[in-house]
Design a protein around this ligand. Structure first.
Ligand code: NAD
Length: 456
């Protein structure tokens, strides 16, 4: 079988209602239907208190609550999960934090009952991936703003459905991409904004987390994704921060992706070593590559390496690297190398270096006084004390609640949620077509050319 290297025309892909069968069933670009308007500049209505409903009462939502507790002006009024025990436990946890105990909805109609309330401003959704877009769409149609866990969508149709629903309802759908608020991610953003890296050329990012035990033992819905798909299943932790550096949807945009998978061995091996013969899991066939590597091009001609590896013995790592004409920042651990160095002085001149002989990375400590992000200067202690993922969970929630209370535009919007989630289905399309390039849609419908605010 041969594959030409022209980008795949997504209009040629047969449409099917089964999202597992066809990750990108629709044209890359769509014109805006009559009767809906961009939400790129949509400010929240200001309010003193943000009343929150929680959908999903699993591990993640519980974790988010310790980060939400110290956020001023946030009040959880209701919790919904089909599982009675989980919903009750989460309400109890919130009461245990000294907050009013939220109303608790369980059973098949739990979400309907929560969404029927007229005293909820914001819904936080932390549920299995295939339910993200359907739940977010229902919440926006019920008049609620949405904070949605990652990834926001698992098909290109869903990406467009989120965009169209946000535009029709004029409700925001903010993907809770906490990694955009990590300390070193925001440090790198400050470097970029100060021009310390020069003209931006390239970035690399990955989600590297050994999830074998969790996939086999704890989360059948997540394991099912490894049965149904061969793709980058979790692109947004790496891509969100890079999107901030490159001003994606704010002057630049992703245009094209090429993706490649490694053999898939590790999950089956781990299962066979740890699950007894006769267990139904022994019959499962996993098709997701142990390592998926994608290359993304942007409209400004920059390149991004995006990687997903959750099956295999390696330490947790979120490679986060940004390269410019004046140097490089790279993470885990964070380090930096600059030619013209605005902090330490000196010039490394490549061959025949003058004045700065060391051709080696430097620790970022010496650069923090100049480039620590204001959010970390002001909120760093509280963020770290609140716990969640080193403080970034607190900051993602703080900024969402702050912008809602102030009546300003959120740091991230539905166009970001769609663009950062799209590499999931698009990488699958590329892999299944012999690694051919696949076009990204322009979810902003042209608005990406404007340089509008994002993370402060
Ligand atoms: N941003 C992060 O750092 C981070 C970390 C962990 C998990 N997550 C994300 O959070 C989400 C939830 O993960 P988790 O570990 O809590 O999973 P989980 O399996 O522990 O919990 C999911 C919960 O959702 C409930 N649920 C399922 N379908 C539902 C529906 N239709 N309506 C309402 N509730 C429903 C389940 O009963 C369960 O209680 C996932 O998308 C995951 O990727 C993000």
């Amino acid at each position: 079988m041969t594959h030409d290297l022209d980008p795949i025309d997504q209009t040629a892909v047969t449409s099917t209602p089964d999202p597992n069968a066809d990750p990108a069933s629709t044209p890359a670009d769509r014109s805006r239907p009559v009767g809906q308007a961009s939400v790129a500049d949509l400010a929240f209505e200001p309010r003193r208190q943000v009343r929150i409903g929680l959908i999903g009462a699993g591990g993640r939502q519980g974790g988010l609550m310790s980060s939400l507790a110290p956020v001023p002006g946030a009040e959880v009024v209701a919790v919904a999960d089909p599982r009675t025990e989980a919903a009750t436990e989460l309400s109890g946890l919130i009461a245990h934090q000294g907050k009013p105990r939220p109303d608790t909805y369980a059973g098949a109609d739990a979400v309907d009952r929560l969404l029927a309330r007229d005293d909820i401003d914001l819904v936080l959704i932390a549920t299995p991936w295939p339910t993200h877009t359907p739940l977010a769409v229902r919440a926006m149609r019920a008049g609620k703003h949405v904070g949605l866990e990652v990834p926001a969508a698992i098909t290109i149709d869903e990406c467009w459905e989120l965009v169209d629903t946000s535009e029709q309802t004029q409700r925001h759908c903010v993907m809770l991409e906490n990694c955009c608020y990590g300390r070193t991610e925001l440090f790198a953003l400050q470097l970029v904004r100060a021009g310390a890296l020069g003209e931006l050329l390239h970035a690399e990012c990955s989600y590297t987390h050994d999830l074998r035990a969790m996939l086999i033992n704890d989360q059948p819905w997540r394991r099912q994704m490894h049965i149904d798909h061969d793709r980058n299943l979790y692109p947004t932790h790496g891509l969100g921060p890079v999107a901030s550096y490159f001003g994606i949807n704010r002057g630049d945009r992703f245009t094209k992706i090429v993706s490649m998978g490694s053999p898939n061995i590790g999950l089956r091996q781990w299962r066979d070593a740890n699950v007894p013969a006769g267990d139904p899991r022994r019959d499962e066939v996993y098709q997701c590559a142990d390592i998926n590597t994608s290359l993304i091009q942007t409209a400004a001609g920059r390149s991004i390496v995006l990687q997903h590896q959750v099956v295999g013995p390696r330490p947790y790592d979120r490679r986060n690297q940004v390269v410019g004409t004046n140097g490089i920042f790279t993470d885990y651990p964070p380090r930096i190398f600059l030619e013209h160095d605005p902090v330490l002085g000196g010039i490394y001149g490549g061959q025949g270096a003058i004045d700065a002989p060391e051709e080696d990375y430097r620790d970022i400590d010496e650069y923090l006084p100049a480039f620590e992000h204001p959010l970390w200067r002001q909120e760093g202690d509280r963020a770290v004390a609140s716990g969640g993922h080193g403080g970034m969970d607190y900051l993602v929630l703080l900024r969402l609640i702050q912008t809602m209370r102030d009546g300003t535009v959120p740091d991230m919007d539905v166009y970001d949620a769609a663009a950062w989630s799209a590499p999931g289905p698009l990488s699958e399309l590329s892999v299944s077509n012999g690694n051919a390039p696949v076009e990204f849609g322009d979810f902003t419908r042209g608005d990406w050319k404007r340089n509008r605010p994002g993370i402060p």
